[in-house]
Design a protein around this ligand. Structure first.
Ligand SMILES: [Zn+2]
Length: 431
Protein backbone atom coordinates (compact mmCIF):
# COMPACT_ATOMS: atom_id res chain seq x y z
CA UNK A 1 0.00 0.00 0.00
CA UNK A 2 1.35 3.46 -0.87
CA UNK A 3 1.55 5.89 1.98
CA UNK A 4 1.14 9.50 1.04
CA UNK A 5 2.66 11.25 4.03
CA UNK A 6 1.10 14.58 4.70
CA UNK A 7 3.37 17.16 6.28
CA UNK A 8 0.67 18.44 8.58
CA UNK A 9 -0.48 14.96 9.58
CA UNK A 10 -0.46 14.41 13.32
CA UNK A 11 1.91 11.92 14.86
CA UNK A 12 0.77 8.40 14.16
CA UNK A 13 0.46 8.69 10.40
CA UNK A 14 3.61 6.58 10.04
CA UNK A 15 2.50 3.79 12.36
CA UNK A 16 2.75 0.51 10.45
CA UNK A 17 -0.76 -0.68 9.78
CA UNK A 18 -2.93 -1.58 6.87
CA UNK A 19 -6.01 0.54 6.33
CA UNK A 20 -9.07 -1.07 4.82
CA UNK A 21 -12.25 0.71 3.75
CA UNK A 22 -14.72 1.25 6.59
CA UNK A 23 -17.47 -0.32 4.49
CA UNK A 24 -16.86 -3.51 2.54
CA UNK A 25 -16.12 -7.22 2.93
CA UNK A 26 -12.77 -8.74 3.91
CA UNK A 27 -11.82 -12.31 3.11
CA UNK A 28 -9.04 -14.37 4.67
CA UNK A 29 -7.85 -17.97 4.37
CA UNK A 30 -9.04 -18.35 7.97
CA UNK A 31 -11.18 -16.11 10.16
CA UNK A 32 -11.08 -16.66 13.94
CA UNK A 33 -14.03 -14.85 15.52
CA UNK A 34 -12.79 -16.16 18.94
CA UNK A 35 -16.41 -16.47 20.08
CA UNK A 36 -17.76 -18.82 17.45
CA UNK A 37 -16.31 -21.38 15.08
CA UNK A 38 -13.25 -20.58 12.96
CA UNK A 39 -14.13 -20.17 9.28
CA UNK A 40 -11.98 -21.30 6.35
CA UNK A 41 -12.22 -18.76 3.51
CA UNK A 42 -14.14 -16.63 5.99
CA UNK A 43 -15.57 -13.21 5.23
CA UNK A 44 -16.16 -10.21 7.48
CA UNK A 45 -18.60 -7.53 6.44
CA UNK A 46 -17.95 -4.01 7.66
CA UNK A 47 -20.17 -0.98 7.72
CA UNK A 48 -18.83 2.37 8.83
CA UNK A 49 -16.00 0.77 10.73
CA UNK A 50 -18.06 -1.85 12.57
CA UNK A 51 -18.49 -5.54 11.87
CA UNK A 52 -22.04 -6.31 10.74
CA UNK A 53 -21.68 -9.94 9.61
CA UNK A 54 -19.22 -12.85 9.73
CA UNK A 55 -19.62 -15.89 7.50
CA UNK A 56 -18.75 -17.48 4.21
CA UNK A 57 -19.83 -16.43 0.73
CA UNK A 58 -21.27 -13.07 1.85
CA UNK A 59 -20.09 -11.53 -1.42
CA UNK A 60 -18.33 -12.61 -4.58
CA UNK A 61 -16.14 -9.48 -4.60
CA UNK A 62 -14.40 -9.29 -1.23
CA UNK A 63 -11.15 -7.51 -0.42
CA UNK A 64 -8.86 -10.54 -0.40
CA UNK A 65 -6.32 -10.54 2.45
CA UNK A 66 -4.67 -13.76 1.28
CA UNK A 67 -3.04 -16.57 3.23
CA UNK A 68 -3.57 -15.16 6.71
CA UNK A 69 -5.46 -15.97 9.88
CA UNK A 70 -7.66 -12.98 10.63
CA UNK A 71 -7.96 -12.42 14.38
CA UNK A 72 -9.62 -9.66 16.41
CA UNK A 73 -7.08 -6.89 17.08
CA UNK A 74 -4.65 -8.19 19.73
CA UNK A 75 -4.87 -6.63 23.21
CA UNK A 76 -1.72 -6.26 25.35
CA UNK A 77 -3.09 -6.01 28.89
CA UNK A 78 0.03 -4.63 30.61
CA UNK A 79 2.94 -2.51 29.48
CA UNK A 80 5.19 0.39 30.56
CA UNK A 81 5.97 2.18 27.30
CA UNK A 82 8.43 4.61 28.96
CA UNK A 83 11.15 1.94 28.61
CA UNK A 84 10.61 1.37 24.90
CA UNK A 85 13.91 2.86 23.74
CA UNK A 86 15.96 0.37 25.80
CA UNK A 87 17.90 -1.93 23.51
CA UNK A 88 18.03 -4.66 26.14
CA UNK A 89 16.47 -5.25 29.57
CA UNK A 90 18.00 -3.57 32.62
CA UNK A 91 20.37 -5.72 34.68
CA UNK A 92 20.93 -9.33 33.76
CA UNK A 93 18.82 -12.49 33.50
CA UNK A 94 18.07 -14.20 36.78
CA UNK A 95 19.02 -11.22 38.93
CA UNK A 96 17.34 -10.71 42.30
CA UNK A 97 14.23 -8.58 41.96
CA UNK A 98 15.29 -5.83 44.44
CA UNK A 99 18.53 -5.31 42.45
CA UNK A 100 16.45 -4.86 39.28
CA UNK A 101 14.15 -2.36 41.02
CA UNK A 102 17.29 -0.47 42.04
CA UNK A 103 18.32 -0.32 38.37
CA UNK A 104 14.87 0.97 37.37
CA UNK A 105 15.09 3.72 40.01
CA UNK A 106 18.59 4.70 38.85
CA UNK A 107 17.49 4.73 35.22
CA UNK A 108 14.48 6.92 36.03
CA UNK A 109 16.60 9.32 38.11
CA UNK A 110 19.12 9.61 35.27
CA UNK A 111 16.25 10.78 33.11
CA UNK A 112 14.68 13.37 35.35
CA UNK A 113 15.54 15.88 32.64
CA UNK A 114 14.99 13.56 29.69
CA UNK A 115 16.32 14.70 26.35
CA UNK A 116 13.59 15.51 23.85
CA UNK A 117 14.02 12.28 21.99
CA UNK A 118 12.47 11.76 18.59
CA UNK A 119 10.76 9.40 18.57
CA UNK A 120 9.84 9.51 22.25
CA UNK A 121 9.81 6.15 24.06
CA UNK A 122 6.00 6.22 23.82
CA UNK A 123 6.05 6.78 20.08
CA UNK A 124 8.66 4.05 19.63
CA UNK A 125 6.73 1.62 21.80
CA UNK A 126 3.44 2.24 20.04
CA UNK A 127 5.08 1.82 16.67
CA UNK A 128 6.75 -1.41 17.78
CA UNK A 129 3.41 -2.69 19.11
CA UNK A 130 1.60 -1.85 15.88
CA UNK A 131 4.31 -3.55 13.82
CA UNK A 132 3.66 -6.68 15.89
CA UNK A 133 -0.08 -6.54 15.18
CA UNK A 134 -1.09 -5.17 18.60
CA UNK A 135 -4.27 -3.06 18.45
CA UNK A 136 -4.72 -1.96 22.07
CA UNK A 137 -2.35 -1.55 25.02
CA UNK A 138 -2.98 -1.27 28.76
CA UNK A 139 -0.26 1.29 29.47
CA UNK A 140 1.00 2.16 32.97
CA UNK A 141 1.88 5.83 32.70
CA UNK A 142 4.69 7.03 34.95
CA UNK A 143 3.79 10.15 36.92
CA UNK A 144 7.04 11.69 35.66
CA UNK A 145 5.98 11.26 32.04
CA UNK A 146 5.35 14.15 29.79
CA UNK A 147 2.06 13.75 28.00
CA UNK A 148 1.72 10.73 25.78
CA UNK A 149 0.86 11.86 22.27
CA UNK A 150 -2.70 10.90 21.43
CA UNK A 151 -2.13 7.76 19.42
CA UNK A 152 -4.69 6.55 16.93
CA UNK A 153 -2.97 3.13 16.82
CA UNK A 154 -2.55 1.15 18.86
CA UNK A 155 -5.32 2.51 21.04
CA UNK A 156 -4.55 2.99 24.71
CA UNK A 157 -6.07 2.33 28.08
CA UNK A 158 -3.83 4.52 30.26
CA UNK A 159 -3.30 3.66 33.93
CA UNK A 160 -1.77 6.49 35.95
CA UNK A 161 0.97 5.08 38.17
CA UNK A 162 0.66 5.79 41.91
CA UNK A 163 3.87 5.58 43.96
CA UNK A 164 4.05 6.62 47.61
CA UNK A 165 4.77 4.43 50.60
CA UNK A 166 5.18 7.33 53.03
CA UNK A 167 2.11 9.42 53.94
CA UNK A 168 3.68 12.55 52.37
CA UNK A 169 4.44 10.85 49.05
CA UNK A 170 1.01 9.25 49.07
CA UNK A 171 -0.58 12.71 49.36
CA UNK A 172 1.54 14.00 46.46
CA UNK A 173 0.57 11.00 44.34
CA UNK A 174 -3.13 11.66 45.02
CA UNK A 175 -2.77 15.31 43.99
CA UNK A 176 -1.09 14.36 40.69
CA UNK A 177 -3.61 11.61 40.02
CA UNK A 178 -6.50 14.02 40.55
CA UNK A 179 -5.02 16.20 37.83
CA UNK A 180 -4.67 13.18 35.56
CA UNK A 181 -8.29 12.18 36.13
CA UNK A 182 -9.44 15.67 35.20
CA UNK A 183 -7.47 15.67 31.96
CA UNK A 184 -7.96 12.04 30.88
CA UNK A 185 -11.44 12.38 29.29
CA UNK A 186 -10.10 14.86 26.72
CA UNK A 187 -7.01 12.81 25.82
CA UNK A 188 -8.60 10.68 23.11
CA UNK A 189 -7.75 7.37 24.78
CA UNK A 190 -9.83 4.25 24.66
CA UNK A 191 -9.98 4.30 28.45
CA UNK A 192 -8.10 5.18 31.61
CA UNK A 193 -7.61 4.05 35.15
CA UNK A 194 -5.11 4.03 38.01
CA UNK A 195 -2.15 1.83 38.83
CA UNK A 196 -1.29 1.76 42.52
CA UNK A 197 2.09 0.18 41.81
CA UNK A 198 2.71 -2.61 44.36
CA UNK A 199 2.40 -3.46 48.08
CA UNK A 200 5.92 -2.15 48.77
CA UNK A 201 5.44 1.25 47.08
CA UNK A 202 1.88 2.20 48.04
CA UNK A 203 0.73 3.42 51.45
CA UNK A 204 -2.53 1.78 52.61
CA UNK A 205 -4.22 5.19 52.43
CA UNK A 206 -3.16 5.60 48.78
CA UNK A 207 -4.45 2.14 47.93
CA UNK A 208 -7.75 2.88 49.65
CA UNK A 209 -8.03 6.15 47.73
CA UNK A 210 -7.44 4.35 44.41
CA UNK A 211 -10.03 1.70 45.28
CA UNK A 212 -12.52 4.44 46.17
CA UNK A 213 -11.92 6.24 42.87
CA UNK A 214 -12.23 2.98 40.96
CA UNK A 215 -15.54 2.23 42.60
CA UNK A 216 -16.99 5.72 42.24
CA UNK A 217 -15.82 6.43 38.69
CA UNK A 218 -15.90 2.83 37.39
CA UNK A 219 -12.17 2.86 36.67
CA UNK A 220 -9.98 -0.20 36.21
CA UNK A 221 -6.91 -0.63 38.43
CA UNK A 222 -3.58 -2.37 37.77
CA UNK A 223 -1.62 -3.61 40.80
CA UNK A 224 1.65 -5.60 40.77
CA UNK A 225 1.34 -8.35 43.38
CA UNK A 226 3.24 -11.44 44.57
CA UNK A 227 5.91 -10.83 41.97
CA UNK A 228 8.99 -12.01 43.87
CA UNK A 229 9.96 -14.06 46.96
CA UNK A 230 11.53 -10.88 48.39
CA UNK A 231 8.14 -9.14 48.25
CA UNK A 232 6.50 -11.98 50.20
CA UNK A 233 9.32 -11.83 52.75
CA UNK A 234 8.80 -8.10 53.16
CA UNK A 235 5.05 -8.54 53.66
CA UNK A 236 5.58 -11.36 56.14
CA UNK A 237 8.42 -9.89 58.21
CA UNK A 238 8.52 -6.16 57.41
CA UNK A 239 12.17 -6.75 56.57
CA UNK A 240 14.58 -8.24 54.04
CA UNK A 241 16.32 -7.02 50.86
CA UNK A 242 13.34 -4.97 49.59
CA UNK A 243 13.03 -3.15 52.94
CA UNK A 244 16.77 -2.42 52.84
CA UNK A 245 16.49 -1.05 49.32
CA UNK A 246 13.57 1.19 50.26
CA UNK A 247 15.54 2.47 53.24
CA UNK A 248 18.51 3.29 50.98
CA UNK A 249 16.19 5.11 48.62
CA UNK A 250 14.61 7.10 51.42
CA UNK A 251 11.24 5.59 50.55
CA UNK A 252 10.75 3.32 53.56
CA UNK A 253 7.77 3.56 55.88
CA UNK A 254 7.65 0.87 58.58
CA UNK A 255 4.07 1.70 59.64
CA UNK A 256 2.87 0.84 56.12
CA UNK A 257 4.45 -2.64 56.17
CA UNK A 258 4.47 -3.83 59.78
CA UNK A 259 4.77 -7.53 58.87
CA UNK A 260 2.30 -10.42 59.11
CA UNK A 261 0.81 -9.45 55.76
CA UNK A 262 -0.03 -11.68 52.79
CA UNK A 263 -1.00 -10.92 49.19
CA UNK A 264 -4.49 -12.00 50.24
CA UNK A 265 -4.77 -8.94 52.48
CA UNK A 266 -4.19 -6.75 49.43
CA UNK A 267 -6.64 -8.71 47.30
CA UNK A 268 -9.23 -8.16 50.02
CA UNK A 269 -8.50 -4.42 49.99
CA UNK A 270 -8.96 -4.40 46.22
CA UNK A 271 -12.23 -6.27 46.39
CA UNK A 272 -14.32 -3.11 46.47
CA UNK A 273 -12.75 -1.74 43.26
CA UNK A 274 -14.74 -1.69 40.05
CA UNK A 275 -12.25 -3.79 38.08
CA UNK A 276 -8.74 -5.00 38.90
CA UNK A 277 -5.85 -6.37 36.87
CA UNK A 278 -3.46 -8.15 39.21
CA UNK A 279 -0.07 -8.05 37.53
CA UNK A 280 2.18 -11.16 37.68
CA UNK A 281 0.94 -13.04 40.78
CA UNK A 282 3.94 -15.35 40.37
CA UNK A 283 3.84 -16.52 43.99
CA UNK A 284 0.15 -16.55 44.93
CA UNK A 285 -0.96 -19.21 47.41
CA UNK A 286 -3.72 -21.69 46.60
CA UNK A 287 -6.16 -19.62 48.69
CA UNK A 288 -5.21 -16.47 46.76
CA UNK A 289 -5.64 -18.22 43.43
CA UNK A 290 -9.09 -19.37 44.55
CA UNK A 291 -9.91 -15.85 45.61
CA UNK A 292 -9.17 -14.62 42.08
CA UNK A 293 -11.21 -17.43 40.56
CA UNK A 294 -14.22 -16.64 42.76
CA UNK A 295 -13.83 -12.94 42.01
CA UNK A 296 -13.36 -13.29 38.25
CA UNK A 297 -16.17 -10.87 37.55
CA UNK A 298 -13.89 -8.17 38.91
CA UNK A 299 -10.37 -9.66 38.92
CA UNK A 300 -8.08 -10.69 36.09
CA UNK A 301 -4.50 -11.90 36.39
CA UNK A 302 -1.86 -10.73 33.91
CA UNK A 303 0.96 -13.14 33.09
CA UNK A 304 4.01 -11.69 31.31
CA UNK A 305 5.85 -14.83 30.12
CA UNK A 306 9.10 -13.32 28.85
CA UNK A 307 9.50 -11.09 31.91
CA UNK A 308 8.81 -14.12 34.09
CA UNK A 309 11.51 -16.00 32.19
CA UNK A 310 13.96 -13.08 32.51
CA UNK A 311 13.86 -13.22 36.32
CA UNK A 312 14.01 -17.03 36.29
CA UNK A 313 11.14 -17.24 38.74
CA UNK A 314 9.64 -20.52 39.91
CA UNK A 315 7.50 -22.03 37.10
CA UNK A 316 4.30 -20.03 36.57
CA UNK A 317 1.24 -22.07 37.71
CA UNK A 318 -0.66 -21.33 34.50
CA UNK A 319 -2.42 -24.69 34.18
CA UNK A 320 -3.59 -24.63 37.81
CA UNK A 321 -4.81 -21.04 37.55
CA UNK A 322 -6.81 -21.75 34.40
CA UNK A 323 -8.19 -24.94 35.82
CA UNK A 324 -9.44 -23.11 38.89
CA UNK A 325 -11.20 -20.59 36.68
CA UNK A 326 -8.93 -17.56 37.09
CA UNK A 327 -9.09 -15.24 34.08
CA UNK A 328 -5.44 -15.17 33.04
CA UNK A 329 -4.47 -12.82 30.24
CA UNK A 330 -1.12 -11.91 28.72
CA UNK A 331 0.94 -8.76 28.81
CA UNK A 332 4.39 -7.82 27.58
CA UNK A 333 5.46 -5.77 30.60
CA UNK A 334 8.24 -3.49 29.33
CA UNK A 335 11.58 -3.48 27.56
CA UNK A 336 13.16 -3.07 31.02
CA UNK A 337 12.52 -6.80 31.61
CA UNK A 338 11.62 -8.25 28.20
CA UNK A 339 13.25 -8.20 24.76
CA UNK A 340 10.32 -6.46 23.08
CA UNK A 341 6.63 -5.69 22.84
CA UNK A 342 5.49 -8.46 20.48
CA UNK A 343 2.44 -9.90 22.22
CA UNK A 344 2.34 -12.91 19.93
CA UNK A 345 5.85 -13.82 21.10
CA UNK A 346 4.61 -13.73 24.69
CA UNK A 347 1.90 -16.24 23.76
CA UNK A 348 4.48 -18.39 21.95
CA UNK A 349 6.73 -18.25 25.03
CA UNK A 350 3.79 -19.41 27.18
CA UNK A 351 2.98 -22.15 24.65
CA UNK A 352 6.54 -23.43 24.83
CA UNK A 353 6.42 -23.76 28.61
CA UNK A 354 2.89 -24.83 29.44
CA UNK A 355 0.34 -27.39 28.36
CA UNK A 356 -2.33 -24.95 27.29
CA UNK A 357 -4.80 -25.25 24.44
CA UNK A 358 -4.03 -22.92 21.52
CA UNK A 359 -7.65 -21.66 21.54
CA UNK A 360 -7.13 -20.67 25.20
CA UNK A 361 -3.94 -18.78 24.33
CA UNK A 362 -5.82 -16.95 21.60
CA UNK A 363 -8.47 -15.81 24.12
CA UNK A 364 -5.73 -14.64 26.49
CA UNK A 365 -4.54 -12.06 23.93
CA UNK A 366 -7.97 -11.14 22.55
CA UNK A 367 -11.33 -11.57 24.27
CA UNK A 368 -10.15 -12.24 27.82
CA UNK A 369 -7.62 -9.39 27.65
CA UNK A 370 -10.39 -7.09 26.38
CA UNK A 371 -12.57 -8.24 29.31
CA UNK A 372 -9.76 -7.54 31.75
CA UNK A 373 -9.56 -3.96 30.49
CA UNK A 374 -13.34 -3.52 30.26
CA UNK A 375 -13.33 -3.26 26.46
CA UNK A 376 -15.19 -6.44 25.61
CA UNK A 377 -18.41 -4.77 24.43
CA UNK A 378 -16.68 -4.01 21.12
CA UNK A 379 -13.18 -5.52 21.33
CA UNK A 380 -11.67 -8.98 21.48
CA UNK A 381 -13.93 -10.83 19.05
CA UNK A 382 -15.11 -10.60 15.47
CA UNK A 383 -18.89 -10.38 15.75
CA UNK A 384 -21.70 -8.02 14.75
CA UNK A 385 -21.15 -4.75 16.60
CA UNK A 386 -17.42 -5.21 17.20
CA UNK A 387 -14.76 -2.74 16.06
CA UNK A 388 -13.29 -3.12 12.60
CA UNK A 389 -9.83 -3.74 14.03
CA UNK A 390 -7.97 -6.93 13.23
CA UNK A 391 -4.65 -8.69 13.39
CA UNK A 392 -3.69 -10.68 10.30
CA UNK A 393 -1.18 -13.43 11.06
CA UNK A 394 0.75 -14.81 8.12
CA UNK A 395 0.27 -18.55 7.51
CA UNK A 396 3.03 -20.83 6.18
CA UNK A 397 3.08 -20.02 2.43
CA UNK A 398 3.09 -23.42 0.74
CA UNK A 399 1.45 -25.67 3.24
CA UNK A 400 -1.54 -23.72 4.51
CA UNK A 401 -3.08 -25.72 7.38
CA UNK A 402 -6.32 -27.49 6.61
CA UNK A 403 -7.90 -27.44 10.07
CA UNK A 404 -8.47 -24.62 12.52
CA UNK A 405 -6.48 -26.23 15.34
CA UNK A 406 -3.56 -26.78 12.95
CA UNK A 407 -3.65 -23.08 12.13
CA UNK A 408 -3.36 -22.15 15.81
CA UNK A 409 -0.67 -24.80 16.35
CA UNK A 410 1.30 -23.23 13.50
CA UNK A 411 0.89 -19.74 14.98
CA UNK A 412 1.88 -20.65 18.54
CA UNK A 413 4.33 -23.51 17.95
CA UNK A 414 5.67 -23.12 14.40
CA UNK A 415 8.26 -20.66 13.08
CA UNK A 416 7.51 -17.11 14.27
CA UNK A 417 4.88 -15.67 11.91
CA UNK A 418 4.56 -12.07 10.77
CA UNK A 419 1.56 -10.11 12.02
CA UNK A 420 -0.09 -7.02 10.60
CA UNK A 421 -2.47 -4.59 12.24
CA UNK A 422 -5.54 -3.90 10.10
CA UNK A 423 -7.86 -0.99 10.85
CA UNK A 424 -10.75 0.64 9.06
CA UNK A 425 -10.41 4.10 7.75
CA UNK A 426 -10.37 6.23 4.68
CA UNK A 427 -7.79 5.16 2.11
CA UNK A 428 -4.63 7.29 2.06
CA UNK A 429 -5.14 10.51 0.21
CA UNK A 430 -3.72 10.45 -3.32
CA UNK A 431 -1.92 13.64 -4.26
ZN1 LIG B 1 4.70 -4.05 35.12
Amino acid sequence: MRHQEHKAASWGSDVPLRRVPATGVLQARWVFPVQGEPLPEGQVQLERGRVVAVGRGLTTRPLELGSVALLPGLVNAHCHLEFSLLQRPLGRPGMAFPRWIEQVVQWRRSREEPPAEVPSPWQAGLRESAAAGVAAVGEVLSAAAQRIPPAPWPQLVVFFELLGLTPERAEQAIARAEQFLQQAPAAGWLGWGLSPHAPYTVHPRLLAWAVGQSRRRHLPLQFHLAESPEELELLRTGDGPLAELLQELGAWCPEALPGRLRPLDFLQSLQKAHRVLVIHGNYLSAAEQQFLARGRKRFSLVYCPRTHAYFQHQPYPLAELLQQGVRVVLGTDSRASSPGLELLHEARCAAAQHQVAPAQLLRMITLDAARALGLDATWGRIAPGSQGVFTAVQLPPNQAPQKANEVLEAIFHGPAPGAELIACGPLPRQE
